[in-house]
Design a binder for this molecule. Structure first.
Ligand SMILES: [Zn+2]
Length: 233
C-alpha cells in the first residue's frame, strides 16, 4: 500500500503537472475510440502496451477476458458494452487474451476448480465453447501447448459471444463496428491479431486498411503455434 500512496504523490507531482490541458479536456467528457476487453491479469497493462493515454481506451476486465453471451447473465459486461457502443459511439472492439492465462488453465482443469473456486468454475461456463472445442479438436498436445491453444481459441469464442448482443449484431450489419481478436505474449510483449478468414494469427498491422494488401511477407500462425517468434520470419 505504501508503494501505491507514494505513487499517487509521484503522479500528482510529475504527470498531472505536465498534462493539465489533457486533464482539463477530459473533465468535460470522454471520447474513447476503442473498447478494450481483456483479462484481469496484472501483467497486461492495456494503455502501456498500446502506448495510449487516459481517455483513449474504454476497458472491460475480468478473469479470462470473457463476454457472457447475451441473456446469460445481467452482469457488468453487457451493460458496459451497451454503454460503450450506444452512449460513447465506440466502433472498434478488441478482445485481448494473453499467454499463461490462469483462467484458461482453470478451464482445462475444471474438476479441480469446482471444489477450490466455485465462483470461477461458474464464470468459466461462458467459455465452455472454448473448452469443448479444444478437447474435441486438439488431440495429442502437451498441457503447455493446450494452454496456448485455449488462449487463442477463447479469443474467438468470446468474439462470437460478443456478436450475440443485439446492438453489436445490428452495428455489424450496418458495417459500423469492427471487432478484433488479439493475443498478448507476456514474455516478449508481442501482440498477434486473429484473422477470421484463415483462422490464424497475424501481425496486427497487417489488418490496417492502409496496409498494402499485396505485401504478404508476414507469417500466418495457426493457433497451435502462436508465439513462435514472428519477428524471425
Ligand atoms: Zn488471464
Amino acid at each position: 500500500m505504501k508503494k501505491l500512496i507514494e505513487g499517487l504523490h509521484e503522479f500528482q507531482t510529475n504527470y498531472v503537472s505536465t498534462h493539465r490541458a489533457l486533464l482539463e479536456e477530459l473533465s468535460h467528457g470522454q471520447k474513447p475510440r476503442v473498447l478494450f476487453i481483456t483479462c484481469s491479469d496484472s501483467r497486461i497493462v492495456p494503455n502501456l502496451i498500446t502506448q495510449t493515454d487516459m481517455g483513449e481506451l474504454f476497458i472491460i476486465r475480468n478473469a479470462g477476458n470473457i463476454i457472457p453471451p447475451y441473456g446469460a447473465t445481467n452482469g457488468g459486461e453487457g451493460s458496459t458494452i451497451e454503454y460503450a457502443i450506444h452512449a460513447l459511439g465506440i466502433e472498434q472492439i478488441i478482445v485481448c487474451g494473453h499467454s499463461e492465462c490462469g483462467a484458461m488453465k482453470g478451464l482445462l482443469h475444471l474438476n479441480k476448480l469446482q471444489e477450490d473456486m466455485p465462483l470461477v468454475y461458474d464464470w468459466l461456463k461462458h467459455a465452455e465453447g472454448t473448452r469443448r472445442l479444444v478437447k474435441d479438436n486438439y488431440k495429442n498436445y502437451t498441457d503447455e501447448e493446450l494452454l496456448k491453444i485455449a488462449v487463442a481459441e477463447n479469443v474467438v469464442t468470446q468474439i462470437e459471444n460478443l456478436k450475440t448482443y443485439p446492438l453489436v449484431h445490428s452495428r455489424l450489419h450496418q458495417g459500423k463496428i469492427q471487432i478484433y481478436g488479439w493475443v498478448y505474449n507476456i514474455k516478449t510483449g508481442e501482440v498477434l491479431a486473429y484473422d477470421p478468414i484463415s483462422h490464424t494469427y497475424v501481425p496486427p498491422q497487417s489488418q490496417l486498411p492502409e496496409y498494402n494488401a499485396t505485401n504478404e511477407r508476414y507469417r500466418r500462425l495457426p493457433v497451435t503455434s502462436i508465439w513462435e517468434p514472428v519477428s524471425a520470419a
